[in-house]
Ligand binder design. Structure first.
Ligand SMILES: NC(=O)c1ccc[n+]([C@@H]2O[C@H](COP(=O)([O-])OP(=O)(O)OC[C@H]3O[C@@H](n4cnc5c(N)ncnc54)[C@H](OP(=O)(O)O)[C@@H]3O)[C@@H](O)[C@H]2O)c1
Length: 285
């Protein structure tokens, strides 16, 4: 197959580039808004550019890793976030080819007490969440056979993320307050990329929405303790604090654990625990 990967300079896009080397049976076209080594320029909001690229390169499948991911900035500029996270999904979905798209736990309210299933009602509380949910709806309206993977708490050796920030702050500071009343599942982008290849290589195409994160749950505080432990940081005292002690610009979900039963049953796979993913990521950093 000829596979178009959008957002290739991002965390997930980079992990797709790494993993694609183990799947040399396909030809890959890596793209993003900024050119890089082996990455061509393609703005997913540009309808003509997308259509021309797909025709010229006889693309069979789109894996959309592109997104507007800055949750706080999206509050001030929802229009731009909407263009990339929602409008562009109509563009990508209208090309008469298969699409794998990535969405987020932020489509839910974050006030749940049990892991969210794909069929649970959504109630996004942020501009980012609203734009991502609109993107899901736009995509399914024009491409009902699409596969959408909702994920959460993504980190990688690439880009800026919580793991890298906590390592830096742990090295700079003697004390750090981290919230312990927000519960979720850290997800190594390399494991999400593996899940995407599971979908691609499966002999049967199963359209629909799926939840995918690593296994297990923790708070950001527990996650930070694990990061510092694995990174060998011993000089920083990490304190558990409440969300109300941290000045968040945007409301954060208190509980946003995703139930992955549907993905595991459909594809017959086991998913690594978040600690396992974290160990592999830190070993690479
Ligand atoms: N990060 C998380 O914690 C998290 C959690 C849940 C779900 N997700 C979802 O997971 C997916 C991957 O996230 P990620 O963390 O890998 O994102 P990321 O690192 O922010 O990468 C997204 C990439 O898309 C590019 N992009 C932005 N606008 C574009 C456009 N118009 N056309 C083409 N490319 C464009 C970005 O470029 P610029 O950087 O130059 O804008 C960036 O290189 C996204 O769908 C995201 O919503 C992420």
């Amino acid at each position: 197959m000829n596979i178009l990967i959008t957002g290739s300079n991002g965390q997930l896009g980079n992990e797709m580039r790494v993993l694609s080397k183990q799947h040399a049976n396909h030809q890959y076209f890596f793209t993003d808004v900024v050119a890089a080594e082996d990455v061509h320029i393609l703005d997913i909001t540009d309808r003509k550019a997308v259509a021309d690229f797909i025709t010229k390169n006889a693309i069979d499948l789109i894996v959309n890793c592109a997104a507007y991911t800055n949750v706080d900035k999206a509050e001030d500029d929802e229009a731009t976030a909407f263009k990339i996270n929602a409008d562009a999904l109509t563009v990508l979905g209208s090309q008469s080819i298969r699409v794998i798209h990535v969405s987020t736990d932020y489509v839910f309210s974050g006030n749940e007490h049990t892991p969210c299933r794909e069929t649970d009602p959504v109630a996004p509380r942020t501009a980012y969440g609203r734009t991502k949910y609109a993107g899901e709806k736009n995509l399914l309206a024009v491409c009902p056979e699409a596969v959408i993977l909702r994920t959460a708490w993504l980190y990688s050796t690439y880009g800026n993320n919580f793991v890298k920030t906590m390592i830096r702050l742990g090295q700079e500071r003697e004390e750090l307050g981290v919230v312990f009343d927000q519960i979720g599942t850290p997800t190594y982008a390399a494991d999400l990329a593996q899940a995407i290849f599971t979908v691609i290589e499966n002999p049967v195409w199963h359209s629909g929405i799926y939840h995918f994160t690593n296994e297990g749950v923790c708070s950001w505080y527990d996650f930070t303790i694990a990061i510092h432990e694995l990174a060998g940081i011993r000089t920083c005292n990490v304190r558990p604090i409440l969300s109300e002690e941290y000045q968040y610009k945007t409301p954060r979900p208190h509980y946003s654990v995703l139930d992955k039963t549907k993905f595991k049953k459909t594809y017959g796979v086991e998913i690594p625990h978040w600690m396992d993913g974290l160990k592999r990521c830190i070993a690479k950093l």
